[in-house]
Design a protein. Structure first.
Length: 68
């Protein structure tokens, strides 16, 4: 059976990319929450829902990244 696991040097690149994605996700969550706080923005509830989901993903991914 063929091993589909990335090579060791690829793991480093994947970990770096994951960390960058996690940081970007947290920044996007902040931006989304600022947008949702605007009184004249009509998509407040939906934006807050998406921000919550993205925040949970970033926290989960970050905890897995720290274990590596």
């Amino acid at each position: 059976m063929k091993n589909h696991a990335p090579a060791a040097h690829e793991n480093i690149a994947i970990n770096d990319q994951l960390l960058e994605t996690i940081v970007s996700a947290h920044y996007l969550v902040l931006q989304m929450r600022m947008l949702a706080a605007a009184e004249d923005f009509s998509g407040q509830a939906e934006t807050e829902l998406m921000a919550d989901a993205l925040s949970r993903w970033a926290q989960l991914a970050g905890s897995k990244w720290c274990e590596a």
